[in-house]
Design a binder for this molecule. Structure first.
Ligand code: ADP
Ligand code: ASP
Ligand code: MG
Length: 407
């Protein structure tokens, strides 16, 4: 007998019919004699609707009340799935974050899970009851509902699997695995049978939203066997594994993109010590993260231009902070640009292979795509380009690195 955590995303529970199909899937896992805990997302589109309602009600909404509203979508699906399971003759009970409890820190809207008390759930699993847990939510230090950031049900599932010492965490979604690139944009993307934790972490953090970044970090820390698979078709999915479990190593195993970036160029700042600190210090003080950075000499030769990226959601705030500090920083013009996309190529093989970056720059140049900013890490190269070239860049790179599916 095994202990399994199954997670179903928004499209998998999009309506009552699909929730009934999910119930059948859960039932068949129970039928194998396994203990099963299920984590559910809100119905597709529900969380977006809830977010919109909080914004329409109050532009500067209180983060604690935002969480009360947006966490509610998962309460609905947890209850409905429990009902559907009961109708199939399966003993099932729903659990909200605070009932377990799943304890988090107090960062409303993007809370981190600290502990999960699985005592009661374990007792019930042992009795054959299925636990249906509302994903995406927990309870903060002051007893208030928190949410884990968009896509957070993945993290709920992996955290629960780790706390339950589950044998496996199955993430059911609307694609049948992790692909070499987003299959909705790159038609020739190939499904990966296996991907390393590290590559998956990099893919997720560079924009592949098939798994929330934190869920991968957590799986990696606990060496949890995570599988990504379709809730609609029966096909083998993608297993996220340790590097030594991968036989055929590719230099580049995937390409990701993120539209969540925005670019800011600060023109003609004095080229003297302390300037970078004067710009990035105040941004950090306002909890605005800076991702890519490049500094270049201005046309006049005496000053420098600094170009960097922030999350698109932070763009207006970042501009306001910099304009406020204009005197201290001493720049002439500040240019915000939200029309950019970050494209990244990822692969553990880069550690031992030179030339990956060069190949990327050449392939983009051949298509006349201008690179605005570059950043690298041990296993990835990222470039910032104009957003209108997103599809072209992804497809070009996919072909250039030999990732295209045959046929
Ligand atoms: P869920 O609601 O099940 O959590 P998400 O929409 O969060 O599903 O994640 C699944 C989506 O991730 C897919 O529909 C796909 O468009 C997108 N995606 C992005 N990159 C990849 C990739 N490399 N492989 C598979 N899916 C990807
Ligand atoms: N429902 C939440 C969201 O849409 C959490 C999730 O689906 O993982 O972000
Ligand atoms: Mg998701």
């Amino acid at each position: 007998m095994a202990r399994i955590v199954q997670k179903f995303g928004g499209t998998s529970v999009a309506d009552v019919g699909r929730i009934k199909s999910v119930a059948l899937r859960v039932k068949s896992e129970v039928g194998l004699g396994n203990q099963v805990a299920v984590v559910v997302s809100a119905m597709a589109g529900a969380t977006n609707q809830l977010v919109d309602w909080t914004r329409d009600t109050s532009r500067l909404h209180d983060a604690r009340e935002y969480d009360v509203v947006v966490a509610s979508g998962e309460q609905v699906t947890a209850g409905l799935l429990s009902l559907a399971l009961q109708d199939l003759g399966i003993d099932a009970r729903s659990w909200l974050g605070w009932q377990i409890p799943i304890r988090t820190d107090g960062v409303h809207g993007k809370a981190r899970i600290e502990t999960i008390d699985v005592t009661e759930i374990c007792r019930r699993l042992a009795e054959g009851q299925v636990a249906v847990v509302a994903g995406f939510q927990g309870v903060g230090p002051r007893g208030r509902i928190t949410t884990l950031g968009r896509g957070g049900s993945d993290t709920s599932a992996v955290a629960l699997a780790a706390a339950l010492e589950a044998d496996r965490c199955d993430i059911f979604t609307d694609v049948d695995g992790v692909y070499t690139a987003d299959p909705r944009i790159v038609a020739k993307a190939r499904k990966l049978g296996r991907i390393t934790y590290e590559e998956m972490l990099e893919m997720a953090s560079q924009g592949a939203k098939v798994l929330q970044t934190r869920s991968v970090a957590m799986a990696m820390n606990h060496r949890m066997r995570v599988q990504v698979l379709s809730s609609f078709i029966d096909a083998p999915g993608t297993l996220v594994v340790d590097e030594d479990e991968i036989v055929e190593k590719q230099v580049v195993s995937g390409i990701a993109y993120s539209r969540d970036e925005a670019k800011i160029t600060v023109q003609k700042v004095a080229d003297r010590p302390g300037v970078a600190a004067a710009i990035f210090g105040p941004l950090a003080d306002h909890a605005i993260n800076v991702d890519m950075i490049v500094q270049s000499a201005s046309e006049d030769g005496h000053t420098a231009d600094l170009t960097f990226t922030v999350a698109r959601a932070d763009l207006d705030r970042a501009v306001a902070v910099l304009e406020n500090g204009k005197k201290a920083i001493g720049f002439t013009v500040l240019k915000p640009d939200p029309n950019v996309v970050k494209v990244s190529v990822i692969g553990v093989g880069m550690r031992s292979h030179a030339g990956v970056a060069k190949q990327m720059f050449q392939a983009l140049a051949d298509k006349g795509i201008n690179i605005q900013v570059i950043s690298t890490s041990e296993i990835k190269v990222s470039v910032l380009i104009a957003s209108e070239y997103t599809e072209l860049a992804l497809r070009t790179l996919h072909t250039a690195y030999g990732l295209d599916a045959p046929g």
